[in-house]
Design a protein around this ligand. Structure first.
Ligand code: SF4
Length: 338
């Protein structure tokens, strides 16, 4: 089988690809809190200001780089690995950016324009991130993923994270180890060669003003067929239609169009660990449909078209205090990154 890196793009409008692998995410504990960091950066808390529209201007914690030798680094990453790409200075588009705008344009503005982030990360997000780290290490070096997870999650025991009422550090430790042990024993035997692990890609698309970038979790043979794989940790399994219609998988297939299938591998955090695979196919028509949507959204972003799109998702949105005008809570829960 021809390695994906050498194959030609299969559609018009994407004249070039630039694929490279590099270390991506880390997490750093500081002052009892975890912040997500990116290659070449570190952080120290300091007082800074930010604007919330024109009505008020709270003081928030801001994050600034500080010398390499002072960095307190353990391992890393954010559940959404494309966050790393957002630290790059070159303007770009990504699945994450488009998806956030589609969820709520105001949420996009607060996240990418105002650069607000929660002060304390969600434990579920960090858990998902470390599962990704363990799986990436497995496919890169053969390291036992349960061991990797136990070590990295152990480093976080004293760190302040946001747990909901049903979550605890101990519960996540057990679930992470059990899921990854099961993955190693039952899923890895179904898999063949891995051609790319957390592979970064950049697409120049003639209809888009900016490059489209992303990070694919895994490109590998699964049950004998080349697949673009995205790992998820979730409280319940996905439904088939979610995979069939997933914009994320369409976007990632764009980086590896020679892949026969796209796949979601869902590590379900139930008491009895479950791992579910969902496969689907993509073609040039589906990609063209997605790129047309990206073009529309990117033009709205460039024009500064932002508005609130309220819905059930507000209940999970870090910026709810801002939209509700709850200045005190916003100051307590949010920070502005440099
Ligand atoms: S709280 Fe709702 S309306 Fe406000 S930014 Fe978040 S998703 Fe948008």
């Amino acid at each position: 089988m021809t390695p994906p890196e050498k194959a030609k793009p299969a559609w018009k409008g994407v004249p070039q690809r630039n694929v490279r692998e590099e270390p991506t995410r880390r997490a750093a504990p500081l002052g009892g809190r975890v912040f997500f960091l990116f290659p070449g950066t570190s952080l120290i808390p300091s007082i800074g200001n930010t604007h919330f529209g024109s009505t008020w201007e709270p003081t928030l914690w801001s994050v600034t780089p500080f010398p390499q030798e002072l960095r307190l680094v353990i391992w890393l990453l954010a559940q959404d690995s494309e966050e790393i790409l957002d630290r790059e200075t070159t303007p770009h588009l990504s699945y994450s950016r488009i998806n956030r705008y589609l969820t709520c344009p105001e949420q996009y503005r607060l996240y990418y324009v105002e650069k607000l982030r929660p002060k304390v990360e969600s434990a579920g997000l960090v858990f998902g991130a470390l599962v990704h780290v363990a799986l990436a290490d497995l496919f890169r070096s053969g390291a036992d993923p349960a061991d990797t997870f136990r070590r990295e999650w152990g480093n976080l025991k004293q760190i302040e994270l946001r747990y909901n009422s049903r979550e605890s550090w101990e519960d996540f430790l057990a679930k992470g180890q059990n899921l990854l042990k099961k993955f190693l024993e039952e899923e890895v035997p179904k898999m063949g060669r891995a051609f790319g692990v957390e592979r970064k890609f950049e697409l120049a698309v003639t209809s888009l003003a900016l490059p489209f970038v992303g990070i694919v979790d895994l490109v590998a043979e699964v049950e004998g067929r080349l697949a673009v794989v995205d790992f998820k940790t979730a409280a319940s399994d996905y439904q088939d239609h979610e995979v069939e219609l997933s914009d994320q998988l369409t976007a990632y297939w764009a980086a590896v169009p020679e892949a026969e299938r796209v796949a979601l591998c869902v590590l379900v955090k139930t008491k009895e660990p479950r791992i579910e695979w969902h496969f689907a196919e993509r073609d040039a028509g589906r990609l063209a449909e997605y790129l047309a949507k990206v073009q529309i959204i990117s033009e709205d972003i460039a024009a500064g078209t932002f508005y609130k799109r309220p819905g059930r998702h507000c209940g999970y949105c870090d910026f709810l205090p801002v939209c509700l005008g709850d200045r005190k809570k916003a100051q307590q829960t949010l920070l502005k990154i440099a």
